[in-house]
Design a protein around this ligand. Structure first.
Ligand SMILES: CCC1=C(C)/C(=C/C2=NC(=C\c3[nH]c(/C=C4\NC(=O)[C@H](C)[C@H]4CC)c(C)c3CCC(=O)O)/C(CCC(=O)O)=C2C)NC1=O
Length: 184
């Protein structure tokens, strides 16, 4: 498992090179933007249970066969496994965002997941739909652009200082997209 710092070391070492100006500049940016990153991680983590339950219920709402006999969220044992999996995925996305590196997500969560799902008959198109909903909710929470109309009773805004979160938003988006492509 690597983070932005260990990644720079491993990359330099592979070239037998000293840590250079460009690497150091990138790390400087990582530090300078560090509080934003922590806010973004917090925005996802502290809304995780809402995002997970909303994503899984949305997925089921769109495909109700999932909770009928033969569906992969039936019976409750599978429903529970599904909710747990969505929570696992979201948790690893927050770890990757904190580290600024996807390796923790790849190695500990995604490696072999597609094969596991194939063996168990877990439908990947439905999983991908749930990941897409968690992605939309998480990016909205990072940017505080979630609305009361969509959030309903559980509407929660982080109220963090407004600034330019575009880089962090696309980085976070890339981790969700990584989950989607690992299952595709
Ligand atoms: C740390 C990383 C990690 C991951 C990622 C993980 C995933 C994971 N999900 C599993 C099962 C499962 N995953 C699901 C998930 C779903 N079913 C659906 O219809 C939906 C599309 C979807 C939820 C979004 C279900 C229902 C099972 C149980 C399948 C079964 O036993 O028949 C299993 C098989 C063992 C078990 O049931 O616990 C694993 C290993 N386990 C881990 O330790």
């Amino acid at each position: 498992m690597l983070d932005s710092f260990s990644r720079a070391v491993v990359t330099a070492d592979a070239k037998t090179a000293a840590i250079g100006g460009a690497d150091l500049n990138a790390l400087k940016g990582f530090i300078a933007e560090g509080n934003k990153r922590l806010d973004a991680v917090n925005a996802i983590a502290s809304n995780a249970s809402c995002a997970v339950s909303d994503a899984v219920s949305g997925m089921i709402c769109e495909n109700q066969g999932l909770i009928q006999a033969g569906g992969n969220c039936y019976p409750n044992r599978r429903m529970a496994a599904c909710l747990r999996d969505a929570e696992i995925v979201l948790r690893y996305v927050t770890y990757a965002l904190l580290a600024g590196d996807a390796s923790v997500l790849d190695d500990r969560c995604l490696n072999g997941l597609k094969e596991t799902y194939a063996a168990l008959g877990v439908p990947t198109t439905s999983t991908i739909r749930a990941v897409q909903i968690m992605k939309a909710a998480s990016l909205a929470h990072i940017n505080d652009t979630n609305t009361e109309a969509n959030g309903g009773k559980r509407f929660n805004q982080m109220g963090s200082v407004k600034g330019d979160c575009s880089a962090l938003t696309s980085e976070a988006a890339s981790y969700f997209d990584r989950v989607i492509s690992a299952l595709s």
